[in-house]
Design a protein around this ligand. Structure first.
Ligand SMILES: CC(C)(COP(=O)(O)OP(=O)(O)OC[C@H]1O[C@@H](n2cnc3c(N)ncnc32)[C@H](O)[C@@H]1OP(=O)(O)O)[C@@H](O)C(=O)NCCC(=O)NCCS
Length: 338
């Protein structure tokens, strides 16, 4: 063990007395393969549907925001083998609420022994430290977004006082057939996206985030991260303009890695928004219909999107009316910070 490796050890009071168990901070990119292995190791037990690679972690770490790689990523090791890791970060939603986020990923064979609870305590301690630098007069919550199938983590959160803030639904349209041709209101048109439009498009989406529950807007760093990703393809985006004003957005993408792993051809119409004052005139429905056709032209055979189960604009009705059906549910757990 090198001297550096000794100083990155973290003591967690009350951690279980398991022979060889130790906690340490993130070191460098040589930790990425172990992080991928943890995700692979929990995929089946937690019925997770996601694909992550070393390159995905490398990209994520190049663009971390409100998260310090050497303080916010904690590893649990048993005799030097990584058995889990946790991460912490924070964000501010459009209403000014501070969200102190965290997640624990722990291999199934190491659950039920108190390791997850110890990592949760350390995440909360770290977030409490971070929160001292932020204003205290705004609402502050600890938050963990958990797939409903991650039942061990969900139980641990519930045991430690977290309650459901809201549910996030995943909806799928199982085919891309019978998509109607729908008109836009007079003077509203779709134009091909050019790089000089990115700012206006992201601003339009961020403005619409104010009408959603705790939807954190896309920061410059998040956008820079996405631009480096293979899923970034603005030629698929469907954007409506009225003069020089963006009035509707659907930012479509395809995740080829994910499609290959799950042997499907799924496209994602996401970041669906219509500017206030232009709503209830059929713009979102027409943009979604165009998006489904674009995805079909790209060889896709199904589409999936996410929505707040109680989206204040009634977006769920819009999607169900377009043939989407709920297939999964994720839970936003919260606990007040104090
Ligand atoms: C959700 C949103 C995109 C809908 O845009 P829109 O252009 O007004 O939607 P449409 O006019 O095409 O409406 C299509 C259908 O959606 C449903 N719908 C739209 N707004 C609704 C509302 N306020 N309440 C209930 N149902 C609604 C209706 O079924 C509607 O059909 P109808 O008008 O024939 O009854 C828009 O309200 C918005 O930008 N909201 C803020 C951002 C957001 O929540 N985006 C969704 C992210 S998942």
């Amino acid at each position: 063990m090198s001297p550096n490796h000794r100083t990155d050890l973290v003591k967690i009071p009350g951690a279980p007395a398991i022979p060889g168990l130790a906690f340490r901070l993130f070191r460098d990119e040589s930790d990425f393969p172990a992080m991928v292995a943890v995700i692979e190791g929990i995929r089946e037990a937690d019925q997770l549907e996601l694909t992550v690679s070393v390159e995905d972690f490398a990209r994520e770490f190049r663009h971390l925001e409100h998260s310090d790689p050497h303080e916010d990523f904690l590893f649990a090791e048993v005799r030097g083998d990584v058995v889990g890791y946790s991460e912490t970060w924070w964000a501010k939603d459009p209403e000014g609420t501070y969200l102190y986020g965290h997640h624990v990923f722990l291999l199934p064979q190491w659950r039920g022994k108190g390791i997850c609870e110890a990592m949760l305590r350390r995440s909360e301690r770290r977030l409490s430290e971070i929160s001292k630098a932020n204003p205290k007069d705004s609402p502050r919550f600890l938050q963990s977004l958990v797939e409903e199938t991650e039942s061990d983590l969900a139980s641990a959160l519930e045991r430690t006082g977290y309650t459901v803030y809201r549910y996030g639904l995943r909806l799928v349209r199982p085919d891309l057939e019978n998509v109607p041709d729908l008109p836009f209101p007079e003077g509203v048109e779709v134009r091909p996206v050019k790089p000089e439009h990115y700012r206006a498009i992201i601003d339009a989406w961020n403005e619409a985030c104010k009408d959603m529950r705790s939807q954190v807007p896309i920061s410059d760093e998040m956008f820079a991260h996405w631009r480096e990703s293979p899923t970034f393809d603005p030629s698929m985006w469907q954007i409506t303009w009225h003069g020089d004003e963006v009035v509707g957005t659907v930012l479509n993408f395809v995740d080829a890695e994910d499609n290959e792993r799950y042997n499907r051809r799924r496209g994602h119409p996401e970041m669906i928004s219509v500017k206030r004052g232009w709503r209830r005139r059929g713009i979102a429905r027409a943009l979604l219909a165009r998006s489904l056709k674009v995805l079909r032209e790209r060889g896709m055979t199904e589409a999936a999107l996410g929505v707040d189960a109680e989206n204040p604009s009634g977006a769920r009705h819009l999607y169900e009316g377009m043939g989407f059906r709920v297939v999964r549910r994720a839970v936003f757990y919260r606990r007040p910070m104090d």
